[in-house]
Design a protein around this ligand. Structure first.
Ligand code: ADP
Ligand code: MG
Length: 254
């Protein structure tokens, strides 16, 4: 007799429960997030979309431990962030979370290679064989081997963002957040960066969550979370282009 094995539930890289973030207070209070519940599965590429001001960046910052929610809870790799003090949170972020910004945020005086190695140095991680192998793999997947000695100012925008992605991936974090990573890039460099984020999920098993307002960019993702007015409007699993367009059209008519 054969039994059908129950499919294992996919692990969650991050979750948000009733996540609320209010900026300011009284008459000027802005409700950036209004009770967000979200499960982000490990090993997938999720795009977060929504109009300007819908709370995308605030959500990313709360999930990454860069901003503190007003209420609700966030867990990353099974650990509740609200139970950590500042020091614990800093250490946790360094080891478990990667972040890619629209403006690259590389240190201009360091070479590309030194920028990539910075998280390892900050973590005081000894460059053991596994760490070196990981670093080499990331450098090769991102096509940066012959750029390691260059300083950011000597690199194109697309190359700088590739360095920033390598820096985010080098520690093999549980989750990488990218907030409009192609916002400062031309279409060719954008396609390259999106393809590399896609490959980091497929070939390195990373979990990537990316904010974008471009349909073309979202098409690289597996899943799409749509935010509107600080709430999750939709969480589409492997949407077709048509489904995505329909949801975003609905958004514009609001
Ligand atoms: P998005 O990234 O989708 O454009 P944000 O998360 O940046 O949205 O912002 C959501 C809302 O919160 C907006 O109304 C924005 O003006 C407000 N907001 C964000 N950050 C702050 C802040 N530090 N102080 C006051 N209001 C803020
Ligand atoms: Mg934003």
């Amino acid at each position: 007799m054969t039994t059908t094995p129950s499919r294992p539930r996919s692990a969650l890289a991050a979750t948000a429960r009733d996540l609320t973030r209010v900026h300011g207070r009284g008459d000027t209070a802005v409700h950036a997030l209004r009770g967000v519940d979200l499960d982000l599965p490990a090993g997938r590429f999720t795009a977060v979309m929504g109009p300007s001001g819908s709370g995308k960046s605030t959500l990313m910052h709360c999930l990454a431990g860069l901003d503190v929610p007003t209420s609700g809870s966030v867990s990353v790799a099974g650990r509740a962030l609200e139970q950590m003090d500042d020091t614990a949170l800093t250490v946790f972020r360094r080891e478990h979370v990667g972040f890619v910004f629209q403006s690259f945020n590389l240190l201009p005086m360091l070479t590309a290679g030194q920028n990539i190695d910075l998280p390892l140095e900050l973590a005081g991680r000894r460059p053991d064989a596994a760490t070196r192998a990981r670093r080499d793999l990331v450098v090769d997947v991102l096509g940066l081997r012959d750029r390691l000695e260059h300083r950011p100012g000597e690199l194109s925008g697309g190359q700088q963002q590739r360095v920033a992605i390598a820096r985010a991936l080098v520690t093999a974090p549980d989750i990488v957040f990218a907030d409009e990573p192609t916002g400062n890039l031309d279409s060719e460099a954008s396609a390259e960066v999106l393809d590399l984020l896609r490959r980091s999920v497929r070939e390195l098993g990373q979990t990537v969550v990316m904010v974008t307002h471009e349909l073309d960019a979202a098409a690289y993702a597996d899943d799409v979370v749509v935010l509107a007015d600080g709430e999750v409007r939709d969480h589409l699993v492997e949407p077709t282009a048509d489904q995505l367009v329909a949801v975003l059209r609905g958004e514009r008519t609001r």
